[in-house]
Design a protein around this ligand. Sequence first.
Ligand code: MN
Length: 500
Amino acid sequence: MMDFGNLEAWFVTGSQHLYGPETLQKVAEHSATIAQALDASSQVPVKIVFKPVMTNSDSIHELFLDANRSKNCIGLITWMHTFSPARMWISGLRSLDKPLMHLHTQFNEPLPWSTIDMNFMNLNQSAHGDREFGFIGARMRLKRRIIVGFWEDAQVHQEMGCWARAACAWHDARQLKIARFGDNMRNVAVTEGNKVNAEINLRYSVNGYGIGDLVQRVQQATDAEIDKLVADYDTSYAVAEPLRAGGCKRQSLRDAARIEVGLRRFLQETGSHAFTDTFEDLHGLTQLPGIAVQRLMSDGYGFGAEGDWKTAALVRAVKVMSHGLKGGASFMEDYTYHLKDGGQVLGAHMLEVCPSIAGSKPSAEIHPLSIGGKQDPVRLVFTAAPGKAVNASVVDMGNRFRLIVNQVNITKPEHPLPKLPVARAVWEPEPNLKIAATAWISAGGSHHTALSPALTAEHLENFADMSGMEYLLIDRDTKLADFTKELRWNEVYWHLANGF
Ligand code: MN
């Protein structure tokens, strides 16, 4: 359900006719070389497609309209090898509805001190050509990413990779449908939000369905489909004794598989790549979907519990951004604390944590659930692998969406957790629990998050920029006095920015 194979970023070089055909030929050769090198980089997850060198306003405008129309183009990379008067870019940039990266590089890495002449100078002009292009970006208040450095430099590739992954998620969001079964749980505030604002600004659509429509698909699951899925469970997980063939709870495993078959079919039929459910609205289901949700997340679906469509969208975005990277991504909740030793968070949920973050083979288990009033649900139980991760939350501030990101370190739990019947991750937030939680709570961050060991804050910062969300980072450099000021100043900025 996720494939970067067809996705591409267009590499667009600017110049002008002033230099004559020979120079333009050289510019085109150099640009093609750079585009090829970026295309071949293991850090850049999409095709880099070389486009003809741009020398006038009409062709730029046409190209940008083509980019808008293209189903595969995730964004544009621009570079001014020579000087390209930026007025010719205005009409194209006004129309552009795809992410823009401005690569500020130079074809030659070293200055040829002993041989440099005016020919070299006239060809290698990006030091000032890119400043001209930068001005028009600033003058037009364009959202864009500026990446500086030699085009073969590993850090440049890494930064471009972050941008491209975010652009893939943004590309995905523009066609994302989120299916909701039931409304927000109880009277929870933070999981609420304006779905119309979300569709206008974050592009994805949120669509409610009656639980009966899902139940119908669940009932239609055939014995053959259930047999096949249960066989998959048996080989993929350490299945607890009561759930094994001949065990006293084997039927519950089959019921869980039936739910997975139906839920998967429903999402496929509606073209939904993210979904929410709630334990308050399970009429006709035998158990709260647990293992089904976990496995769908593992396949790349976004998920938010208790009607939380904003987190479902964020989990989907994080899934797209982390596609093909090691470490996985999951729906998560700050559940409970270890307040000693500097402080740790025990993250978990009632059931729905994605096994892509598991440190070892998950076990399939069945335990009672004290809420929901249904039969005991089957779930995968595991502990998240240790390592660095980002934990992110989206909240609706009324006049904008706010993305809050905390850099965290997942640790190995100090002690076994033999009685905890759910998947979990234990982490230390940066810079420490006291400052991180103060900042998070000041910013109104949710208890529901997307946790990803595969991503860095840079991916999420790119994504926030593209989607027009406010971005707040809590990491080892966070100081509460500065963070408090940032919140206060952002309030003014976003008040004014919406009026531009
Ligand atoms: Mn929850």
